[in-house]
Every structure is written in structure tokens, then in C-alpha cells.
Design a protein around this ligand. Sequence first.
Ligand SMILES: C[S@@+](CC[C@H](N)C(=O)[O-])C[C@H]1O[C@@H](n2cnc3c(N)ncnc32)[C@H](O)[C@@H]1O
Length: 370
Amino acid sequence: MTTAEEPHDGSVEPSTPGAGPGSAAEPGSAAQPGPDTATDDGAVIKDKQVVYHDWESGHYDDKWSISFDERCIDYAAGRFAKAVPDATDLPYGRVLEVGCGTGFFLLNLAQAGIVGEAWCTDISSGMVAEAVANGRRLGIDVHGRVADAEALPFADDSFDLVIGHAIVHHLPDIAAAFAEARRVLKPGGRFVIAGEPTAVGDRIATQFKRAGRVGVKLAAVVLGSQRVVHDPRAVLTPEDRAAADLEWEVDLHCFSPGDLEALARDAGFTEVATVTEELTANWFGWLTRTVEGMVGAERLPERYPWVVYRTWQRLFAFDDHVASRVVPKAAFYNCILTGLAPDGSEPDAERDPSPPGQRRRGTTAGPAGS
Ligand SMILES: C[S@@+](CC[C@H](N)C(=O)[O-])C[C@H]1O[C@@H](n2cnc3c(N)ncnc32)[C@H](O)[C@@H]1O
């Protein structure tokens, strides 16, 4: 696992609404060390997560084009299907989302018929309140709890499915969070994490963000800065600006698929596997998102969101059907992870008596470090 070169925030590009919040990182990100290398300890980072995400919760859905209609239902269900293509007996009974934000993943999966009883947690009370309110608007009864993913307030063996979306790269102690997910899962329960940034994908995306910034700056020189560049921070109060600035500190990690698999195996999950997706779609998404962030959506042509969305969809399909056959897995931007809580019926190779943290790696799907 590497510390994020640029902060990540697993979220949708505003102009690529089909993406749903799944593409990590944000425009204008500056290089930041995560807790792997920084002096901040976990508690300090978590306080920042709360301040930043509480502030963001009120406008999070607008900012990231989150919706609870067919567009995002299809996106959420598509991510789940990549992890669990052969899911049967749907919906899962009791389902917990950790780091739920405003409920993008949980509520859209519920509408897709994948989630039965919906539970959600987030370290930000603002986010939990939004998720519960979004659920109410959709007629979905959501049980929300403010909780750290590293210390879940639930009994052992409580859930049939634990999910997360764009959450793991925010966590100081991923091993602790994965151990908690496994603890609260019933034997045989399913674990699915989506929307985590890969290290290689992030490095490539950085170049597209730079290209977007250079393009806008050149346009500003030619057409005049006033006509081109827009600064949304200019209207913020000093307090809000301080919260907004934490954006550059809350994204802590990016991963190789093997990193995530090893963490899941170390936590005791079996049948661990990862899938990656989004190559050219992500490059395009970063380019357009960077431009939008600097120029301001209101200055762009009316048809711009539609054209960008359609282009993004085509590139996404190209990545899935063509690029994935020839490009190494690690170069794709988004990683999806799945595993099962052991139920005692595992073959010997998967039953490991050693305590978590000392478990062998690479005993199930895919070698560590792939
Ligand atoms: C990028 S947002 C993703 C939200 C949502 N899952 C989505 O996809 O839209 C990351 C979320 O993780 C939450 N978070 C950060 N650290 C956390 C922790 N230690 N425990 C639980 N939630 C955490 C944040 O408050 C925020 O809501």
C-alpha cells in the first residue's frame, strides 16, 4: 500500500453522472503524506475526517452528482455485480454500510434489490443524518449510527453483508476496520468494498489533472482570467474555508489490488478477490472534472454535462470490454474487493488457525501484490 500522492475522495465526477461516487481523488489536489509517513496519528486524522465530512455533508450529493435514480442504481448494482457476479437469494438480510456518506451505495443497492434491512455508519454525524434522510425520502428505513469503522457498535455475527464505498483510503488503521467488518459478519457473510484508488491509476490520473490545469491556465492567459477562472472558495466564510481545506488531508492511501487482498486475508476473510475498472474513462473524468472545478459549471455550455456523460459511458465500456484484456489490472483506477467471513466449511488451505496479522498471504484468489 502506498500513501496517496494526491488526496482521494471516492466520488463521482460532476460531469460524469453515470460514474456515481467511485472515482477517487479531487481536482487541484496537492501531494500529501498519509499517516503512513505523517506525524498525525489516527485520532488527529479522524477529527479532521469529522470536521471535513460534516461540512461537506450538506452539499455532498450536489457536488458529486449523487442521485438515487436509475443512473446511480445501475452504477451501484454494477459495482456490486463485479464483486459478486453470481449473487443468489437476494436481497441480503441485514446489511451494514461503513463510511456511508449520504447513502449512495447502500440506498442504491437497496433500490436494486440487493439490500434487505439497511444499516449504516459513518464517523461524521452530518453524513449519517443525510443518509437517513435520503432513505426516508426513498421510503427506505435506514438504521444509522455515528461510528468509527475501526470500532463498530454491533455484536459479533450481526450482518449478512458488510459494504463500503470509497471509504478504506480514509482509514488510518485498515487492519482494524477489516477485522471489525469480519467480526460483525455472520459466518459465510459477504464483504464488498468498492471505489478504492489504485496507486498506478492515481499516478497516471495525476498527469491528466495537470494537463487540465495547464489547459485552463492557458485559456485564462488568452481570454482573460476573469472570463475563465472561477474560485468557489472565494464566497466561503473563514470557518468554512478551514473545513474545506481539510480536503487535502483526509485522503490517506492508495493501493495495489494485492494490498487490499492481503489486508482482507489478514483479517480472516476467505475467497478474497479484487477487480479493477476505469482506465480511459478515469483519465477523461479527471480531465473534465479538473476543468469544471477551475472554470465553474455555470460557464460551460448547456449540453456539456450530457456530452461528457455520454463520452464517459463509452470510455467506460471500452475499458471494460477492450482495455481490460490487454492492460495490466493495476493500471486501472478503481479497485473493488470482496471476501467471505469463514463459516468453517473452507478447505484446509483456507482455514488458518494463526491469529489475524500472522496469517499466510495469497492462499485464495489472486497472488498478493498483483
Ligand atoms: C469519500 S466519502 C464516501 C461516502 C460514501 N461511501 C460514498 O461513496 O458516497 C468517505 C466517507 O468516509 C467517512 N469516514 C472517514 N473516516 C471514517 C472512519 N474512521 N470511520 C467511519 N467513516 C469514516 C467520511 O465521513 C465520509 O463520509
